[in-house]
Ligand binder design. Structure first.
Ligand SMILES: C[C@H](O)CC(=O)SCCNC(=O)CCNC(=O)[C@H](O)C(C)(C)COP(=O)(O)OP(=O)(O)OC[C@H]1O[C@@H](n2cnc3c(N)ncnc32)[C@H](O)[C@@H]1OP(=O)(O)O
Length: 749
């Protein structure tokens, strides 16, 4: 790859073009920043330069500061690696330059990229250019003056919204708001920008220094009101995230004491936040997510993904209709197959409701909604399957039914067609057993609701072809999912790693720990809701069915409690029938139901596992660890068995399988989604923890191991640490180190 560089070219008109060249997204790497300082000095010095245009090569202005530098700083704790940019470059060399500077912006200007443009005296952009300050998603705040200049250019309210939600806007909206001065085609961009710079020099266009402006800030009392409301909101929605409140404080500093003081406070706060645990976790997830698209022997062997233009979805239930919704939104023509007109109509209505929901929440225009729905066709037979590129089967979890469907579709679909199943538990080899197309059989494990949740587990068997995997990865990306390729086993990666979560909670309940305390402790740790409330939400039937699958597959390490059976016998079925561990009344929050306590007492009597008959009186920390360390332990097996390519894939899968829907981006809510494929939302910590393995490594494998060992001696095999964990704890190897670092590896990938 070419070295990052900044080029400098002075035209006959006396305009110097300074170009950032650092493909693919022109990140502001350290040499780029040094180059920019250098070139701005040169432009200022040279007599033949009348004006300056700052631009980016290759159709993308800049994706901002180089995030790999954050990683470096976080590794060795040395913030001096962060270059001085905000005052040194943006204020002194760009904004206070004696010659006008115009930003010519194409494609995207994010984070530090947008901040550079806001230091310029005007901004010209191409249509559909993405503009935003997404720094909070990395656990930091804008650090090159963005907290000060954005409010001055577009007004406080909108600027706060964009920063708090890390919400980008397009150049068209930017122009209306005042961020962009003119929109021109890509071909005209440099020409118009040069002339604009010359016009500023000739004083026929205004010479605007954003930091000096106050006209859009409103009165001090209005500004205070906006910031106060935003702070209240941030405390509610992101209680564990320091960067939101810090960002608002920094904005406030500038409103009260002037933009320059704001810039100084911002630069200091930015450096402090880079070293926070939140930022470490979020930066880890940023790169981990991008690494999931690199799959050995699939993405590095010269294959090209084939286009999937038409797909069939079999089954119009909750999952099938969600999958069909995601596909039509991604511009893929879908035939939805059901077994009778009644079910088909129900499926289509669910898809329509999904789409309507997106429109009513402002996530989709009516035009796009109409276009998506026009790509859907309901069918009752296979006649439309003759030209589909992919089938996704999403019927109930019945082996004979799935086997029948796969042998039927093998006959009616073209030879290139990918044959995918959305099963969450059944072995893919069994699903494809009755076909001779096992190279095309693959798992497309969506998480409910499929049109919202970002994770797509792509499950491969030993026989699945690299081409089929690559094709499905491309489909996943095109429908805005993050595909993570995983191996074939009960529960695959996420559901398998998380099956001990609710079992751990049940074990504690049987040891006499109050279930409502468990739920409280787990939610205040940061998981969406507690395990018992989650079970209420899912309904007990599913819990029983899935629990049986895990008991069958992992009989050496399950904890089986009769509690759910007892609840069912007493006429409870969770939220479904309004009777669970909690009382559900319309319009009010679930309330703990004291009448469930005698049933729990009965359960404890049956299991009789309280050592010495005494209630376990653990600390909150120990409750969290007794529930989540078994998850870490199972995650170790997932790594050792090679179910994921690398540990960071499991981090991403655990974060995205648990993350809040993308339509409410950033505000680091998260989901815990485990074996039931259901989700719920509460502000969380796992996301900032960087995923399950990253979190365990932060605590230290030794601590996890010794804790599990201690509990296994008292409470049995549910807590027995794996050999993998033991070996890493003893040798001081992080769990995230490649599996080959251990003696035992059974890769399925
Ligand atoms: C001081 C300042 O205020 C602080 C900052 O500026 S912090 C940075 C703020 N900017 C951001 O958060 C933007 C981050 N980037 C993105 O959102 C997306 O990469 C994008 C929208 C720019 C492009 O998306 P897409 O086209 O899907 O490409 P994507 O695969 O994500 O990125 C391409 C490559 O660029 C890398 N990359 C993207 N932005 C980067 C950044 N800011 N720093 C370092 N690397 C970056 C990716 O890791 C990836 O590398 P790889 O090919 O080796 O995996």
């Amino acid at each position: 790859m070419a070295e990052p560089r900044v080029t400098f070219d002075v035209g006959n008109d006396g305009v110097a073009i300074i170009t950032i060249c650092n493909p693919p997204v022109n990140t502001l790497a350290i040499p780029i920043i040094a180059g920019l300082k250098d070139k701005f000095n040169e432009a200022t010095r040279r007599q033949d330069v009348k004006a300056i245009v700052l631009t980016g090569k290759g159709g993308r202005f800049s994706a901002g500061f180089d995030i790999t530098v954050f990683e470096e700083v976080q590794k060795n704790g040395d913030v001096s690696l962060l270059p001085e940019v905000s005052v040194d470059l943006v204020v002194n060399k760009i904004e206070d330059c004696k010659k006008p500077v115009v930003a010519a912006v194409e494609g995207l200007a994010l984070g530090g990229g947008l901040e550079l443009t806001m230091g310029c005296h005007a901004r010209i952009a191409t249509p559909k250019t993405q503009l935003g300050l997404p720094e909070l998603t990395l656990g930091v705040i804008p650090g090159f003056g963005g907290t000060q200049r954005l409010p001055r250019l577009i007004g406080l309210s909108k600027a706060v919204e964009m920063m708090m939600l890390s919400k980008s806007i397009m150049s068209e909206e930017g122009r209306k708001l005042g961020l962009i001065d003119a929109i021109v085609t890509s071909e005209e961009l440099l020409k118009v920008s040069r002339q604009w710079a010359l016009d500023i020099a000739a004083r026929s266009k205004p010479w605007m220094r954003s930091l000096h402006r106050t006209d859009k800030l409103g009165s001090l009392s209005e500004a205070r009101e906006i910031l106060k409301t935003a702070k209240q909101q941030a405390k509610k929605t992101a209680p564990n995230m320091p960067q939101h409140l810090v960002c608002l404080d920094v904005i406030e500093e500038g409103v009260i004491h002037g933009g320059y003081n704001g810039v100084l406070k911002e630069a200091k706060a930015f450096k402090d936040l880079v070293l926070s645990d939140t930022s470490k976790g979020l930066v880890h997830v940023f790169f981990a997510q991008r690494t999931t698209s690199k799959v050995p022997n699939v993405t590095d062997v010269g294959l090209k993904p084939r286009a999937v233009k038409k797909a069939a979805v079999i089954g119009g239930g909750l999952m099938g209709s969600g999958i069909a919704t995601a596909l039509i939104l991604g511009n893929i023509y879908v035939v939805l197959k059901e077994i009778n007109p009644e079910y088909l109509l129900k499926g289509i209505k669910t898809i329509e409701a999904n789409i309507r929901g997106l429109v009513s929440r402002g996530k989709l225009t009516q035009d796009k909604a109409n276009k998506a729905l026009s790509m859907l066709k309901g069918v009752l037979d296979y006649s439309e399957f003759k030209d589909v590129d992919m089938v996704i089967e999403a019927v109930i979890e019945s082996i004979p039914l799935k086997q029948k469907i796969f042998s039927e579709i093998e006959k009616v679909c073209p030879h290139h067609c990918i044959l995918a199943t959305n099963t969450s538990t059944i072995d893919l080899n069994i699903v494809g057993e009755k076909t001779s197309s096992e190279d095309r059989i693959i798992g497309a494990h969506f998480f409910s609701p499929a049109h919202v949740m970002p994770l797509l587990e792509i499950v491969r068997t030993e026989k699945t072809s690299a081409q089929a995997i690559l094709d499905l990865m491309a489909v996943g990306k095109s429908i805005k999912k993050v595909p993570v390729v995983v191996g074939n086993c009960t529960g695959f990666a996420v559901n398998r790693a998380f099956f001990p979560y609710s079992q751990g909670a049940h074990l504690l309940a049987n040891l006499g720990v109050d279930i409502f305390r468990i739920d409280r402790v787990i939610s205040s740790f940061g998981l969406p809701i507690g395990p018992f409330q989650l079970q209420d939400l899912a309904g007990y039937g599913v819990a029983t069915a899935v629990g049986k699958e895990f008991a069958k597959a992992f009989s050496d390490r399950v904890f089986q409690s009769p509690l759910v059976d007892l609840l069912l016998k007493s006429g409870r079925n969770g939220k479904n029938n309004g009777k669970g561990y909690y009382i559900y009344e319309k319009g009010s929050k679930p309330k703990p139901d004291p009448s469930v306590l005698p049933i729990i007492e009965e359960c404890k009597r049956l299991t009789n596992i309280m050592p010495g008959g005494k209630v376990l009186s653990d600390t909150d920390k120990e409750i969290v660890e007794m529930i989540l360390f078994p998850v870490v332990n199972e995650s170790c097996r997932v790594l050792e068995d090679g179910i994921v390519v690398r540990a960071s894939d499991l981090d991403v899968a655990s974060v995205l399988g648990m993350s809040f829907p993308s339509y409410r981006p950033l505000i680091s809510y998260m989901y815990l989604l485990f074996y039931l494929d259901i989700f719920c939302s509460v502000p969380g910590k796992l996301q900032m923890s960087g995923g399950i393995i990253f979190w365990a490594d932060t605590l230290g494998p030794k601590h996890v191991y010794t804790s599990l060992k201690k509990w296994s001696q008292i409470h049995g095999s549910f807590y027995k640490p794996t050999k993998f964990l033991e070996e890493r704890a003893m040798k001081g190897i992080p769990l995230s180190a490649p599996v080959s670092s251990s003696s035992t590896s059974r890769s399925r990938l």
